[in-house]
Design a binder for this molecule. Sequence first.
Ligand SMILES: Nc1nc2c(c(=O)[nH]1)N[C@H]1C(S)=C(S)[C@@H](COP(=O)(O)O)O[C@H]1N2
Ligand SMILES: [Mo]
Length: 199
Amino acid sequence: MSEHRLPPGQYVPRERSAVYYGPVPRFRPQRWDLRIYGATESLGEYRWSWPEFDQLPRTASVSDFHCVTRFTIPKVHWSGVRTTHLVELAPPAPETTHVMVWAEYGYSANLRMADFLAEEVLLATHCGGERLSAEHGYPVRLVAPHLYGWKSVKWVRAIEYLTADRRGFWEERGYHNVADPWREQRYAYQEEPGQGPPL
Ligand SMILES: Nc1nc2c(c(=O)[nH]1)N[C@H]1C(S)=C(S)[C@@H](COP(=O)(O)O)O[C@H]1N2
Ligand SMILES: [Mo]
């Protein structure tokens, strides 16, 4: 057994397989963009084309990845753009409390601003020293390793700044609004008052 510390109820599987709901989108670089919109300080929208986004400075980080279905992948090597850097480029209005991260096909996850800006959170382009594979989120995915995996949105296309919390795809379907694996925040029925908007 590894000496690794795991969150409660998690185990390390023999192999890593990709987890997602629905089809894997095809990347069309000409049509692709990443937008930041909603409660920006300027009230305007920010947009990066693929070549623009791919030129942003990247940071490497190693973290364990916890899926709510109870497997944990230890020590995943990611590299990508830090969310703190993106937010410097696209400042939010002071009233911004949460973000909604949007993927292709309407998948989404909401995060508290403090979770979105946590130190190890990246918009990752690489994993294990290589470009992300299609099924792991190519070209860009969020990695928020301190939260259950469903918050780590693959195939990201937009970040919406919110001035009031709203539930994302799985949060609307009975999963916990915050999703801290160390507190085993798996399901919405575990939420205490103040942990999220009503279902
Ligand atoms: N767009 C999108 N992102 C997604 C999902 C999804 O279905 N669609 N599944 C989530 C879930 S539940 C998990 S555990 C992780 C899995 O990431 P991996 O396959 O790279 O390990 O992706 C998350 N991001
Ligand atoms: Mo998951």
